[in-house]
Each structure stands twice: as C-alpha cells, then as structure tokens.
Design a protein around this ligand. Sequence first.
Ligand SMILES: C[S@@+](CC[C@H](N)C(=O)[O-])C[C@H]1O[C@@H](n2cnc3c(N)ncnc32)[C@H](O)[C@@H]1O
Length: 556
Amino acid sequence: MSLYHDAAALLVPGSDQAGTLKSRVFNCKDLKSPPKQVYALLSEASRWSSVLSEVVEKSQLLQLERKLSPSLALLLVHDLLLNKRGISAPASHPLRTSVEKHKARLAAELTKARLKRGFISIEDLRVYVETGNIQTDHQGSASLSHNEDRAGVAARRWPHPRWVRVNTIKTSLDEQLRTTFAGYKHSSSLEQLLDVTTSRTEKLLHIDKHIPNLLALPPLTDVSKTPAYTNGLIIFQDKASCFPAYLLDVKPEDGNCMDACAAPGNKTTHLAAIADQRGVGGSKPQIYACERDKTRALTLQQMVRIAGAENHVTIKAGQDFLRMESSQPPSDGVGALLLDPSCSGSGIVGRDEVSEVILPRSELTYVPQSRSKKRKRKAPVEASQPIVETPVVPEETPLNGDDSSDRLSTRLAALSAFQLKLLLHAFEFPKARKITYSTCSVYLQENEHVVTKALESPIAKKRGWRILQRDQQISGMKAWEIRGNSQACREVSETGDVDQVAEACIRCEKGTKEGTQGFFVAAFIRDGKEQVPQKSLEEEEEEEDWGGFSDGSYSL
Ligand SMILES: C[S@@+](CC[C@H](N)C(=O)[O-])C[C@H]1O[C@@H](n2cnc3c(N)ncnc32)[C@H](O)[C@@H]1O
C-alpha cells in the first residue's frame, strides 16, 4: 500500500534529509501517493508517536508480525485506532490484516495509555495531543529518561488555548463580543475553558485579566474562517507575545517608536493598536519596523496592511537594526524601542511542526525457533534502545530538548551574544527612554543573563539605563506572578545586587494553566537628558562584523 510505504520512508529522516517534515514530503520526488495525503498522515502520526509507540510495544505487535517495521506499525496503528476511516487499504490487503487482527489488544493498550495520562476520554487525549502538548512534554523532559517519559511521569500538562487579540485599530472588544463571539458563554476562569470536557460541548470564551482586548478560546476552536479574522479585526497572538508592546506602554510624549526585529509583525501591529488608542490629537507616535530578512519583511507588510496599521507603521524592509546609525534619522527621534530578537524558540508550543518522532522498539533479539528450515537463521539483532529521531533543526524552528548539550550550549552562547549586542545598540539611541527586551525562549542564557549583563554594561551606566521595577510596571504586568530567576541573574552579575532585577523580569511558562507559551520580557528605562556624543560607543569598539542569524524564531 503505497501511502503507508511512502510515509514510512519519510517518518524518520535519513542523514541526507534536512528540513521540516513538510519540506521533506513536498520535496520528495519518489512519492506514489498524493503528497498532501502523505503529509497529513505523517504529521498526525508523529504527534501521536509517543502514545502509539507505547501501544505497539505493549501489544507486542512487532514481535507477532515480524514483517512490520516500527514505522509501518506506527502509521497503521494510527489509522486503525484514530482515523475515522480506518486503514486506507482493501480489506484483504496483507498490511491491513496484519494489524487489524490485533485490534482488540491494541485498543485495550490505547485505553491503558490514555488512563495512565489522566484523560477520561479519547477526545480529551486528542485535544491534548493535537495542540502539541504530548510533544511539548517530551521536549520539556530532557532530563527524564526515555522510559520515564513514555510512562507519563511528567505531570499532566494543560492544553494550550487559542488566544485572540481584538485589533482595536479596526474594531472594539464590545463589538466583537456582540458579533463574532455572539452566542459564546463567558468563562470567568481560564481553567474552566481549558477543561476539554466542558469546552468541547460549549462555545466558551474568557476575557484575559492581564492584557486588554485579549480573549482565550478553547484549544480546538476555529475562528479562522470568520470575516473578523480574514479582515484583520481579530488577530491570533499568544498571550505572552502581547506582553512586550503592552509593557512598553507607549505614550504620545515618547516620540517615535521602533520595533527592531519586527517580522512577522504581531508585536508591531499590537504596538500600533496601542499607539492608535493613546494618540492625542495628531501626535500619534510613528513606528519604524525593521526587518533584516526581506522575505520575512513581506509577511510583515501583509500583516500591517491587514491590521489597518499602515498609517502608524513605516516598514524598513531588509534593514539590519545593528546598522541603523543611532545618531541619524529616523533613529535619533526614537523614544521607545521594542526588541524581540531571534532566539532559540524553546518556549514555543508546537502547533504546526513536529520535531521528534518516537518509534516503537522491536526488542526481541531472536525469532522464535521455527520448525521450517527456511527460517532457521537468527533474526538480525535489533537495538534494544528506543529509536528516537534526531531532528534536523533549521534556524527558524525551535531547538528541542534532544539537541546534544554541546551543540545547545554553543548555540545558546552565540544567541546570547547576539541578543546582548542588539540590546546595547538600542541603549545608544539618543532620545530613547524605554526599551522592552523579549524572547520566546526558556533559557537563562537568552534571558536573565542578557538583561543582567546589559544593565552592568558601560553604556547602560553612562546613559543611565535601569530596569523598570515591578511596582512601576503597567497594571497587568505588575500583577503577573511569574517573575525572573534571581539565581540566574546572580550567575553573571558582577555586583550581586540582583533581587530587584529578577523581580522586574517577567517569565511565562508553557503547559501551565496560565495557557501561555514559554516567554521572557523585561523593560528598561532611563530619565537622563544627556545625548550620546556624535561618535557612538559601538563605533569606538573594534568589533567583528556580526552577520547574525539568517532567520529568527517567531513568537506568534
Ligand atoms: C523573534 S522574530 C520577531 C517576531 C516579531 N517580533 C513578532 O512578534 O511577530 C525575530 C526577527 O528578527 C529578525 N532579525 C534578526 N536579526 C535582525 C537584525 N539585526 N535586524 C533586524 N531584524 C533582525 C529576524 O529575521 C526575525 O524576523
């Protein structure tokens, strides 16, 4: 059956197959089945792989059906148990019969795997898996052994809601509640909304208590076909990703703003919406949106247009922020900067891409003694270790927990140096008084380390930059409970005076009942009136010309 053979060949990439699952499928010239069908099967089965591998192993399917490879078994069992249409093969096809005859045993193992993870129905488990959480569990549990992870040792995680930001440039929260979300029941708690048993049967929404004009919907709610979405009245944006523009808290007296690393543009359009609301008379701040990558700048352009933010935003396509001369226009008139640079993306909750596939083990080393002479030979010894795909990690996709620790620490050191460099460049802008620095990374190196080093840098001291203390932050951010890690600040601090710095930093965790991705943000302020003399510090230093990363992870 070509569909399953095609898919099995691509489930785990060979060392010569780089790129995402999607690109592997659509670039493959040897497929006999439609690529769309192969991709759909692969992405579904990959998401389910940790559960299904357990089912296959416990049922001993691979020992009973020696002709099945681990990949084929995973794909066939997926369709048998989870696809409404079952296995796409004629009823008498040997592949189909080899799995179907074990259906009762496989179904029983799926039930056990579900109950072990604490889900009362298969639909509840489905929501959890399809919102990327099983994958997240595995990535987040790098310190657990493979077996521990399979056994579901990691505590049950909360599914990820669908966050919707009402775009106040084009509409209002009240209007959206009356129109797009008419008929939705309001849930006062996010927890209730994330309880899949309730939210599967009811249209629910929750109005966020930290970020104005932000709504949460149950994980699998699809409003992407509504006119409000297609016309840019509502925008899908994770709650944590709304923190930087909100924390920047722009006011007309701030002058112009700059989004230094802008594409695809969620934070730019959020900033534009806030600027639009705050504009007094004609003095709305102008937002310069820099994006070094010209292709990504096209997405930014499209996003700004759909959001109706063209009057507020000037796009600097192909512009490297580090090459923006701080003392020249437009930089010299910029009072507030939003800095959301490329990062490891380790906080992203994987909705669309599966970076790791867990295959079932076929651990018997001998074929049972056969009476037939033909089958006398020993079967090849198969690895008793689990087969875990080592994912190929393109720069724009999140690193995962399986990355070798050497590779990870080298990459984090490079990212951290790059992020610090961007932040120090922002510190030089002569009229700048406010900066937010954010990443969708959970790593200390990209977060507290960068913030602490920046605060203790000569340019910060010279220009009077300090952290925006928690009690000075805008109400929703002051109220947010998860703060920075003081130990991490201390690790790189020369003064050790870091408790207030950590308290000023804001963190978001993934997989919790707060419903956010992993994220970090801190704000810096300065009141001094001094200007940096013509020659910038950066020019004085003899620094190598940083080429940067060709792409960034997005925090959507
Ligand atoms: C994390 S993404 C930004 C996501 C964006 N803020 C949003 O919310 O949609 C980082 C972006 O910065 C861009 N970038 C990286 N280095 C840059 C630089 N030196 N100057 C300008 N843009 C840069 C990357 O191409 C990438 O598009």
